[in-house]
Design a protein around this ligand. Structure first.
Ligand SMILES: O=C(O)[C@@H](CO)OP(=O)(O)O
Ligand SMILES: [Mg+2]
Length: 400
């Protein structure tokens, strides 16, 4: 009854004002799902390929749509996603674009949920989901590829690990965002917002660490539960392969020095989370850091793993990390994002479901996190495209 009747594609705006792919999937029984592709700025070298939106749409209309209409059931996600894979025929979705693939994959899931009369998280995760909620990691200060003239570290993320429920967690992150603004104002530092809605002040990493530590402490006192913070260092963007050094602002570090530096930060600031502390090819460096601090913080691979089970397997074999960032558009289908989460969990890796810096009002990742019992979700703090996911989590919690 959920046989796909038609798939339509159009280009619409993303949060950066760039065109992105929107897909609508209709079933013969009247089911409908609509989803939008996000877009990265600090993209990993091994990610699936995002094509210019119009190109991706034209290619998907030619190659993918004929394999879906009248041929697959929206509720059978693996069938939909293997049809997308077969239509594309490459390893990296360079034929139809990972942006077309992921939009269709997510829209089909929503159409399947619509046909079944279930919320998306339950369609994806089953009857026992909807009780556990991820801790939202909220970007409150940032720079790197997401803002000019700001910190070298890409993201400073509030982590309300002691929050009693998802609503309090979401509001604690917003309070940290406000607190950062107040501290900046008190010190006379003007700052705009970066791509993800985080403050982008002209500060050194060292000063930003102090500032965020102060802000989370104040909010923890106000809210009465533990609020920590973490970092996305996006180190692949700061690695110079020729000199084999990391360049963060005025500081240049060898790999060993970078490992020492990050391990030092974990202890000095009680960091809950460190993402991409080393280059995307450096499984060994990751393993050295994980060995040192993996018992007390999450060492998460984003550009390292790119939501790819092959790369995750390599990481698991080498004890490279203890956490994986999961971005459906990095791999191109929900099925593969699910597989990455399952492989991670069965090997003791904590999955962190994540937005991209270029986002839309789509809320699929909120449902994906609840459906898979993911312990964390990274989806910003403020801004409509970020609050779309956060508010959806609050709604799911209310209605569950
Ligand atoms: O590096 C990251 O984790 C993401 C999201 O925060 O950024 P981008 O989407 O630019 O890759
Ligand atoms: Mg990252």
């Amino acid at each position: 009854m959920g046989l796909v009747e038609s798939v339509s594609l159009r280009s619409v705006l993303d949060s950066r004002g760039n065109p992105t792919v929107e897909a609508s999937v209709y079933t013969e029984s009247g089911g409908h799902g609509r989803a939008l592709a996000p877009s990265g700025a600090s993209t990993g070298e091994y990610e699936a390929i995002e094509l210019p939106a119009e190109e991706a749409i034209a290619a998907a209309r030619e190659h993918a749509v004929p394999r879906l209409e009248g041929r697959v059931f929206a509720g059978d996600q693996r069938e939909v996603d293997s049809a997308l894979r077969a239509a594309d025929g490459t390893d990296d979705f360079s034929q139809i674009g990972a942006n077309s693939a992921v939009a269709i994959s997510m829209a089909a899931a929503k159409a399947g949920a619509d046909v079944a009369g279930l919320p998306l998280y339950q369609h994806l995760g089953g009857a026992f989901r909807g009780r556990n909620f991820p801790v939202p990691l909220g970007n409150v200060v940032g720079g790197g590829e997401h803002a000019q003239e700001a910190t070298a570290i890409q993201e400073f993320l509030a982590a309300p690990v002691g929050a009693p429920n998802v609503r309090d967690a979401v509001f604690a992150n917003a309070a940290v965002h406000h607190e950062v603004s107040e501290i900046l104002e008190d010190r006379g530092i003007a700052a705009g917002l970066g791509d993800e809605g985080a403050w982008a002040p002209p500060l050194s990493d060292a000063d930003a660490l102090e500032l965020v530590a102060e802000a989370v402490e104040t909010v923890a006192d106000d809210f009465g539960f533990e609020v920590k913070f973490g970092l996305d260092m996006a180190a692949a963007e700061r690695y110079d392969a020729e000199s084999e050094t990391y360049v963060f602002g005025d500081e240049t570090r060898s790999t060993a020095e970078q490992v020492d530096y990050v391990a030092g930060l974990v202890d000095e600031y009680g960091l809950a989370y460190v993402e991409d502390p080393l280059d995307e090819d450096d499984y060994e460096g990751f393993a050295a850091l994980t060995e040192r601090v993996g018992d007390r913080t999450l060492v998460c691979g984003d550009d390292l793993f790119v939501t790819n089970t092959e790369r995750l397997r390599t990481g698991i074999e080498q004890d490279a990390a203890n956490s994986i960032l999961v971005k459906p558009n990095q791999i191109g289908t929900l099925t593969e994002a699910f597989d990455a989460i399952e492989l991670a969990v069965s090997n003791g890796y904590g999955p962190v479901v994540s937005h991209r810096s270029g986002e839309t009002e789509d809320t699929t990742i909120a449902h994906l996190a609840v459906a898979t019992d993911a312990p964390f979700i990274k989806t910003g703090t403020v801004g409509g495209e970020r609050t779309a996911k956060l508010n959806e989590l609050i709604r799911i919690a209310d209605e569950a």
